[in-house]
Ligand binder design. Structure first.
Ligand SMILES: Cc1cc2nc3c(=O)[nH]c(=O)nc-3n(C[C@H](O)[C@H](O)[C@H](O)COP(=O)(O)OP(=O)(O)OC[C@H]3O[C@@H](n4cnc5c(N)ncnc54)[C@H](O)[C@@H]3O)c2cc1C
Length: 608
């Protein structure tokens, strides 16, 4: 979510030390894109994120060079199968996933770095599903090495603990090879993505390239790109809008948005200090050291703590983020004996927005361009990552002729359901944290009072329901038995070494993966072999402790984890998509499986 408003004084480029010197000013939203920027006036600083540096020592972010594109040299518009606009978390994940499937694409970003210029970080909490996706894309280890793993959360009202959880004990999280959460600054993940994209190859990353115009027709989409070396046009079959919450494509494509703006105000302080609280997610609904308003406390990479303070609704963003005011607040919480180094401070306000359709002709909206949620529960960036993972395999399958074009419509069906769910859940949290006077406030007081005394009432306390892999219940390409995410669980290869679901997905290489659990008859095996030869499908038999493998390709699931992760029991099959979601499950290798394969690739519609 990108809910920053108010103080937008611009810090030094590259996030180097330096206090804001300009007077805070309201940023004219989207003004850069409403007109074609003349060459000489290309403004290299990006103002589109609405979440900028105010003060602190900050971080030095990498700077990527502008390389003159072939279109400018040739004076001719290039034509590309896929153009991604926006190199934030969602756009870079999309590019990396396409590179993983060996599908070429161009990525355009108006900036020349990752993160938000001058700012420390926006997102910090990355959920298991995102970590599993990053593992499949081949750079999870870098995140694990830099980030902080956590699973325990505690919520306090005053000095009383009123809610707690340990995600490791919860069934939705405990099977995976990845931890429930890792905290790490968002720009690190974006930087690792850029590295990985370079390693994989096939993606043309174009920095300092701002899209200033767009049109589409039956032939193609045409983008106008403004760069330091001039302006050019680019044609594309498919355009991915990953430009964040100020997306110009919404207006260009005529997309409607359902929006809600709250009056809740927050001020983030990213700090290093000499105290070392437990590595847990601590939230206060009523913090005595913050005039009984809410506070969040999280550790992230480099020993930096994120402390998020709720402000009065009418708070002046400039005042609340002033260094002396921030320091006083920190000392009230951690005591006068605690030495504090301020890494970054920024005020923000929450809002929620959801686009009504995630596909408009050739344009697919993803990440914050598609929906904006308040950060409670880490549902913003994580769902942008899932958007990208959902669309990448579908585009790859359609472009390679493995699936019908109708498969692309399921992107809206699945990810819009997820977006609506995430907006709903975060809006509920936002209302609990900033209840309206009257009934909502009375309910919150009652919930807190009960939670102090009774375990049953603890679930009423809502400081953010942590992000999950959203299920798909309305997808036209998933059977009613499918639509759930498969965790990245472990198993044994035939030679006794350990493998995990992502290894099987990599082996399937963008095709569907059929896991056949238990022993199977010779005739079932023959039918399956024939199906694998005629459809983009790879199959593997999964045997339990006492079972005999009949197939050439088999793995062992001695503890039943793989079966549990696929949501099936006994002799059964699970059809798993490249994004590690179940398309369908069944019992026999029969016409039902053939239909499920066709449906998962939208091939049933073409022949209907
Ligand atoms: C305080 C705070 C805390 C948060 N915490 C979390 C968290 O813990 N976990 C989590 O998952 N999420 C969190 N979020 C949300 C997360 O930061 C966003 O959801 C995420 O950044 C969205 O990514 P994106 O790629 O969609 O958009 P962005 O990150 O905004 O990227 C958009 C990109 O598009 C580029 N661009 C824009 N316009 C153009 C144009 N015309 N031409 C070319 N390029 C353009 C920009 O330069 C930018 O690189 C938090 C947000 C805030 C504000």
């Amino acid at each position: 979510m990108d809910g920053a408003q108010g103080s937008v004084a611009q810090g030094s480029r590259g996030g180097q030390a330096g206090r804001a010197t300009e007077a805070p000013a309201e940023r004219p939203a989207g003004s850069l894109r409403s007109e074609v920027t003349p060459v000489a006036e290309f403004a290299s600083s990006a103002f589109t994120n609405g979440y900028e540096f105010t003060q602190g020592s900050g971080y030095k972010l990498p700077e990527y060079p502008f390389i003159e594109p072939p279109e400018l040299r040739a004076g001719q518009p290039g034509h590309h199968p896929i153009v991604i606009v926006g190199g934030g978390l969602a756009g870079l994940t999309m590019a990396c996933a396409l590179a993983h499937y060996r599908v070429p694409a161009v990525l355009l970003d108006e900036d020349n770095t990752v993160g938000v210029k001058g700012a420390s970080s926006r997102g910090i909490c990355y959920t298991q599903k995102s970590l599993e996706i990053f593992e499949r894309l081949g750079f999870y280890e870098r995140i694990a090495a830099k980030g902080i793993q956590w699973s325990v959360g505690r919520t306090f009202a005053g000095h009383d603990e009123v809610y707690s959880f340990d995600l490791k004990q919860q069934p939705g999280y405990h099977l995976s090879s990845q931890p429930p959460f890792i905290n790490i600054q968002q720009f690190y993940i974006e930087g690792f993505l850029v590295e990985r994209i370079h390693e994989l190859g096939g993606i043309d990353l174009r920095w300092s390239s701002r899209v200033t115009g767009f049109r589409q027709d039956a032939e193609c989409a045409t983008l106008t790109v403004s760069t330091p070396a001039g302006e050019y046009e680019l044609r594309a079959d498919h355009v991915i809008d990953a430009t964040g919450s100020h997306s110009p494509f919404r207006a260009w494509a005529g997309a409607s948005v359902t929006a809600k703006k709250g009056d809740d105000r927050w001020c983030i302080a990213d700090v290093r200090f000499t105290k070392h609280p437990p590595v847990e997610r601590h939230t206060w609904i009523e913090a005595p050291f913050n005039e009984n308003r809410a506070v969040w406390q999280h550790l992230m990479g480099d020993n930096v703590w994120r402390i998020d303070y709720q402000m009065p609704p009418d708070a002046d963003p400039e005042y609340v983020s002033r260094e002396d005011v921030v320091r006083e607040r920190l000392l009230r919480q951690f005591g006068a004996d605690c030495a504090v180094e301020i890494v970054w401070v920024g005020p923000y306000a929450y809002r929620s927005e959801c686009i009504d359709r995630m596909r408009h002709g050739r344009v697919f909206f993803m990440g914050d361009a598609a929906k904006v949620v308040s950060p409670f529960g880490a549902r913003g960036g994580n769902t942008g990552v899932a958007d990208a993972d959902n669309l990448a395999w579908k585009l790859a399958a359609v472009i390679k002729g493995r699936a019908a074009p109708g498969l692309l419509d399921s992107y809206h069906e699945e990810r819009h359901e997820a977006a609506c769910q995430n907006v709903l859940v975060t809006n509920r949290t936002a209302r609990f944290l900033r209840p309206a006077d009257g009934m909502e406030r009375t309910f919150r007081a009652a919930a807190l009072g009960l939670a102090r005394q009774h375990v049953f009432a603890r679930h009423l306390v809502n400081t953010g329901r942590m992000a999950i892999a959203n299920p798909y219940s309305r997808s036209s390409v998933c059977h009613s038995t499918g639509g759930q995410s498969v965790q990245n669980v472990g198993f044994e290869w035939a030679d006794g070494t350990r493998g995990k679901v992502n290894d099987l997905l990599r082996w399937a290489d963008g095709r569907l993966l059929l896991l056949l659990f238990g022993e199977a008859s010779v005739s079932s095996m023959q039918r399956l072999r024939a199906l694998c030869e005629s459809a983009p499908l790879r199959a593997v038999q999964v045997t339990g402790p006492e079972e005999r493998a009949g197939a050439r390709e088999f793995v062992r699931d001695t503890d039943g984890r793989l079966q549990g992760a696929c949501h099936v029991f006994g002799h059964a099959w699970a059809l798993v998509r490249p994004d590690s979601y179940v398309a369908a499950t069944g019992e026999s290798v029969d016409a039902g499986l053939v239909r499920a394969v066709a449906r998962a690739l939208a091939a049933d519609r073409e022949t209907a």
